[in-house]
Structure formats: C-alpha cells, structure tokens
Ligand binder design. Structure first.
Ligand code: KG4
Ligand code: ZN
Length: 364
C-alpha cells in the first residue's frame, strides 16, 4: 500500500511517499521538504497567513518531486495522509484541502494524522527502529511530553510541561540573545563556544517527584542575567538593545548555560520516566531531539543504566512529510484508521488544537 503524506502544520511543507505493504516497517520511497525559515526570518517568527500562502505554492511541486524520486505516477498512490492537527489553522487547511482533492480525484481514501503521533513514530524510519513498548520524550516547539507507548495508537501521558515547551525555551532565550528565528539551532551553535557553568540557571520541577516540566521561569532568569550583563535596569523592558550590549563571550556563556539547564531537566526527567515505568527503551522525537548536547547526555545516561535510546534520522527530527505518511501506514497496518479520516470522507477536516490523549482509535 503506497501512502502519500503531506505535512503543512507550521512553517515547513513536507511531502513523502511510503510503502506500507504487508507487515514490514513502512519504507520511505521519496521525501521532499521546503522550509519557510528564510521567509519568516524578517519578522522574527512565523506569520500564519504567509505560511498558508507558501504551503499552497509548494505542495504540488514537492509532490511531483517525490513521485519522480520514487519513479511512480500519482495514480499509484493508494491513500493520501495529511496533518490534521495540531498546528496553524490556515496552514493545516492547505494540506487537508490538497489531500482531499487528490483523494477525490484518485478515488482513494484520505487520512488525517496527528502531528505528534508522526513525531512519536518517526524513529521507525531510522536504521535502528525501536520496538514497543517504550517511553517517548516528545520535545518540539509547542510540546514537551513524556509518554508511555505500548503500540500504535496506545499512548499514555506520563507528564508534560505546565507552561512553555522546551523548544520555546530555546527560541525565547535565543531571541533575548538577538539570535533571530528559529532560535534552537542558533543557540546550540553559539553554546559550543561558551561555558555551560558560567551561570546557574534554574532547573524547575527537577525534584518535584512527578514527570511534569516547567520552562517559563528559565526565560525570566535569562532576561534577568542579560540585563545584569548589559548594566540595564532590572525593571526595564526586554529590548533588542540588551543583547547588543553583551560581548560575544558573554552571549556564548549565557547560551551554553541555558542549553545546559534545559538538557539537564530533559535528561533527568526522561530517566525518572524510565524508572517509573520499568521500561528499558527510550524514544526521543520532535525538533529539540536534534540537539547534539541532548543526544550526547541522553546516550551517556542511558548507557549507564542499560537503556536503549532511539532517535529519528537527524533530517526527520523537525517537521516533515515522511513522519505523516509513516504514521498513516503504521495505523493501517495496526488495523486502525487515522482519527477523523473515514475512508471516503473528503471534507476539509483540521484540528488546530488536538491533545494526543484525544486520539480516537477507530477500527477499520
Ligand atoms: O518539531 P518541530 O520542528 O516543530 C514543532 O512541531 O514545533 O520543532 C521545532 C523546535 C523549535 O523550537 C526549534 O528551535 C527546536 O525545535 N530545535 C532545536 C534544534 N533544532 C530544532 N532546539 C535545540 N537544538 C537544536 N539543534
Ligand atoms: Zn513538529
């Protein structure tokens, strides 16, 4: 069964084709991506209307590219999967609209996929795929969750952030340092030149005894530190001029110290989740899963405790179409239909807010 996947929930248009025949792990036959980062950079963040319009421009050329990679015509596609949510409403509607139009034209089913389920299952496309059950650390721009995963569609939330997501903590700290958008990779690069022990930033909820996270206080602590270094008034506003008053070494030290605080919390809480569940496998997914320090420290900690850790391929950590096609394929193989995507329901169906816990399991 050949499944075309379309991702358009935020600032990346991703299209991919997977072969989910039989019961082997679905195989990636083609995959193309257009990142809108450059377009949004001028505004310091994602502009939703511009994102939607750009998805419209990119999605069909990317589909042609994927089909050419696979050497197959569109008519070979057996089902079209798209990101149903969560994400930006207008951006999601582009993927949903295109998927429905393709499905209707081909007379093939359309499936709405949960974006986080895509991230969660993305390591199944890696050279070292995990086996169920496992603990998943899902760390993206909008979510930070620990989950127990017993199978496709069987997700139990163990803990999550009570305020900002880990990616948001990277992005907001990067913005305070004048690093632009998206902040995570830029902050990680700068951190390589800094001292992670220069500033002792808070590690909120580290010893809370549960598996929840909190990153909002970190942003305040970084702002306070940047103001101190810039000799600015403590009660003054956060302006772009603050970062300009810091020298390169100070910025690098702040970046390294923030990154160390975020990674420390993510690693310790992941190991607490492993201890609480008694499972011996950890899967890390979502954009922040690309962070080199996080990988290094998780690898070391998991090795010490004899826990296997799995990641998606680096290029499939951030948003992409492959994870959407894969999640649809794994659902079909598990005898489940992606929630909301009844076989011939060609209706524009998106859920900008959609907790993973609500992911209904619909038997075929
Ligand atoms: O999963 P993703 O592509 O989009 C969402 O679904 O949110 O994650 C994007 C997030 C952003 O906050 C970005 O700054 C962060 O992942 N990110 C990183 C790195 N690469 C991406 N954060 C830290 N280090 C990185 N190398
Ligand atoms: Zn994502």
């Amino acid at each position: 069964m050949l499944i075309l996947g379309i991702e358009s929930s935020c600032d990346e248009t991703g299209v991919a084709l997977v072969d989910a025949s039989g019961h082997d792990t679905p195989r990636l036959l083609g995959h193309a991506l257009h990142s809108q980062i450059e377009m949004h950079q001028a505004y310091g963040g994602v502009v939703p209307e511009l994102a939607s319009r750009d998805h419209i421009r990119r999605v069909l050329p990317l589909t042609d590219e994927v089909l050419a990679q696979a050497g197959l015509p569109l008519s070979a596609v057996d089902a079209v999967a798209y990101t149903r949510g969560p994400g930006l409403a207008g951006a999601l509607l582009v993927g949903s609209g295109v998927a429905c139009a393709m499905g209707m034209a081909l007379g093939k089913p359309v499936m709405g996929v949960h974006h986080l389920e895509g991230h969660l299952l993305s390591p199944f496309l890696s050279a070292d795929p995990p086996r169920f059950p496992f603990v998943a650390l899902l760390v993206s721009g909008g979510h930070t969750q620990l989950m127990r995963v017993d199978g496709v569609g069987r997700y139990e939330l163990l803990g999550e952030t009570i305020d900002d997501a880990a990616g948001e903590a990277f992005d907001k700290s990067a913005k305070l340092l004048g690093l632009g958008y998206p902040g995570g990779p830029a902050l990680a690069r700068l951190a390589l030149e800094g001292n992670p022990q220069a500033y002792k930033f808070p590690r909120p909820l580290l010893h809370s005894g549960d598996l929840d996270f909190s990153f909002a206080g970190l942003k305040t602590a970084v702002l306070t530190q940047v103001k101190r270094l810039a000799h600015a008034r403590p009660e003054g506003p956060a302006t772009p001029q603050l970062a300009q008053a810091l020298d390169a070494a100070q910025k690098a030290d702040v970046a390294a110290s923030v990154q160390a605080a975020i990674v420390d919390v993510l690693v310790k809480k992941s190991l607490s989740a492993i201890a609480a569940t008694g499972l011996r496998r950890l899967v890390v997914a979502g954009g922040v899963g690309a962070n080199a320090l996080l990988r290094e420290q998780l690898n070391a900690a998991c090795q010490r405790q004899n826990v296997r850790v799995h990641y998606p391929e680096l290029h499939l950590c951030t948003d992409n179409g492959a994870m959407i096609a894969l999640a649809a394929g794994l659902r079909v193989q598990a005898g489940l239909l992606a929630a909301g995507g009844g076989a011939a329901a060609y209706r524009f169906d998106v859920r900008p807010r959609w907790p993973l816990s609500e992911l209904a399991i619909t038997a075929l």
